[in-house]
Design a protein around this ligand. Structure first.
Ligand code: 5GP
Length: 147
C-alpha cells in the first residue's frame, strides 16, 4: 500500500465503524471511535479513529477530523495512565506500509509502556478475549468517572 492508494471501504476499521465487525469499544461520539487493539503490543494498547473520514492516512484526513481524534487521544491517554499506571506511554501513527501501517483507515495508537517490558510484535499475537473484556470494563468505568 502506497501513500496514495485509494481508500478501501472494506478495511477492518471501516467494518468496525459500520458495526459489521466487533470491537472492544472504549469510547464513541459522533466523530470518533476508540477501542482496544486485538493484537496488543502492550497491556492497554488502544486505537483511536475518525468515524466520518474515509481517509487512509495523515495526508488525506481532513484537519477538523484529525483534531477531534487527537482530543480523544489525549483524554484516553490520561484515562489509561490513571487506570493502568504505566511508566510511560507512546502515542504513534503510521502512514504507508513501509512506515509500518497495516490497516489503511487512519488511526492513532496509544501504547502504555512498563519499565523492563519490551513491546509485543506489531499487529501479531491475538489477545485473550477474557483479558480484553476485563480491561475494557476497567477502562470504561474509569472513563465514566473521569471523562
Ligand atoms: P497499523 O499497523 O496500521 O499502524 O495498526 C493497525 C493496528 O490494528 C495493529 O496494531 C493491529 O494489531 C490492529 N488490528 C488489526 N486488526 C484488528 C482488528 O480486527 N481489531 C482490532 N481491534 N485491532 C486490529
Amino acid at each position: 500500500m502506497s501513500l496514495t492508494t485509494p481508500y478501501d471501504a472494506q478495511n477492518i476499521f471501516a467494518q468496525i465503524i459500520r458495526g459489521d465487525a466487533p470491537c472492544y469499544k472504549l469510547y464513541e461520539d459522533d466523530d470518533v471511535l476508540a477501542f482496544l487493539d486485538l493484537f496488543p503490543q502492550s497491556f492497554g494498547h488502544t486505537l483511536v479513529i475518525p468515524k466520518r473520514s474515509a481517509a487512509c492516512n495523515i495526508l488525506d484526513v481532513d484537519t477538523e477530523a484529525l483534531a477531534k481524534v487527537m482530543a480523544v487521544v489525549q483524554k484516553l491517554t490520561r484515562v489509561i495512565v490513571d487506570e493502568l499506571q504505566p511508566d510511560g506511554v507512546q502515542v504513534a501513527q503510521f502512514n504507508g506500509a513501509p512506515a509500518g501501517q497495516t490497516v489503511f483507515h487512519i488511526h492513532v495508537h496509544i501504547v502504555p509502556r512498563y519499565s523492563g517490558e519490551g513491546l509485543g510484535i506489531h499487529a501479531a499475537g491475538k489477545a485473550d478475549p477474557a483479558e480484553l473484556e476485563e480491561l475494557q470494563a476497567r477502562l470504561q468505568q474509569r472513563i465514566a468517572t473521569q471523562a
